[in-house]
Write a protein that binds this ligand. Sequence first.
Ligand code: RM4
Ligand code: MN
Ligand code: MN
Length: 396
Amino acid sequence: MDSKLSEKVLAALDQFRIELPSWGFANTGTRFGKYLQAAAASTTEEKLSDAGQVHRVTGACPTVALHVSWDFPNGLEDARAVEKWAQCFGVSPGAINPNLFQDQVYKYGSLGNPEETVRTHALEHCLESVAIARSLRSRDLSLWFADGSNYPGTANIRQRKRWFEDGLSALHQELDPAQRLLVEYKPFEPAFYHTDIADWGMALHLARVAGSQAKVLVDTGHHYAAQNIEQIVAWLLDEGMLGGFHFNDRRYADDDLTLGSIDPYQVFRIFHEIRFFEWESGAQADVAYTIDQSHNLKGKIEAMIQTVTMAQQLFAKAALIDYERLIAAQEASDLIRAESCLQDAFAADVRPAIKEWRTSKKLPADPLDAFRQSGYLERVTAERRARNSDPASSYA
Ligand code: RM4
Ligand code: MN
Ligand code: MN
């Protein structure tokens, strides 16, 4: 690769940060059960410790997204301890995710529940999450609602929409000026007939109604198989409404597989839309990149390192697209030349330039190998084995 191109890769990697999900280090499973891993983290301290390892070898993951019910079992009271562990393991708290799907009261929904007491309970949980975010100086409150119904006629869809509008607006009023609400959408699961926030149009509507600090969060697994995700990304960018991503890959539904394992060109096309927007607007897109994966079979820390490495590669490839050339080809409707701008960048081997970037930052040239050599996995496997032989009931 010539030096002009490798400079582009180095500059892109300097700007690329991706947040780790605390729940990605825990034993998670499918609705059929969990295969337990001896090394899985079960406390927040362990999750942050594992995240710290990923950041140590990649240098690209300084923050960790946290799930309130799993990481703050005593709510706000736990914030100081979480802050201390994060600091101790060299990471910072990232997005705060309220948990609005696990408590028994949420059987018929949270903000969309027909019972007012449950809607109030859900809002209070969100408000406490804002307080946690404030106390940890976290910018984003990241909301995913499992609300929906399983059978036609069983829910008042329009009424529930209005309950969501009211709840999110009330929540938005409690934000500090620099905080954001990210509204995630998902077409189905756990609800199988209707989901209250099923797609990006619904999330966009609710974010607009909630207030100016609310944006849309795109989870790459939360689309129908043939949907053009990068077009959604382009539209949200153009509307100033793209808040962030949950990255994962999938073959069928919300499979939460490691990024780029099935379709790396999909992720590249998303990065292309972002880079194209940045090139045209001259400003860096204010978008939070976060991983949201469930490592049922792969070793959790290794799967995370693999994901970060893949994300860096695909982001670096997108940074090689020649936008002047692309625009000229688009304007001339020279389809093959335009398409090859993307294909050439995707085909480039960016790995040597990425190694160069790592070395210049005093990071290991091969993060996975460095992790394997470190002995960390053997140590935590021995320490955690006994606890992990006892299947717990919660998702993470
Ligand atoms: C959902 C969604 C949320 C995540 C939960 C665990 O499908 O992706 O973002 O918090 O799973
Ligand atoms: Mn998600
Ligand atoms: Mn999901």
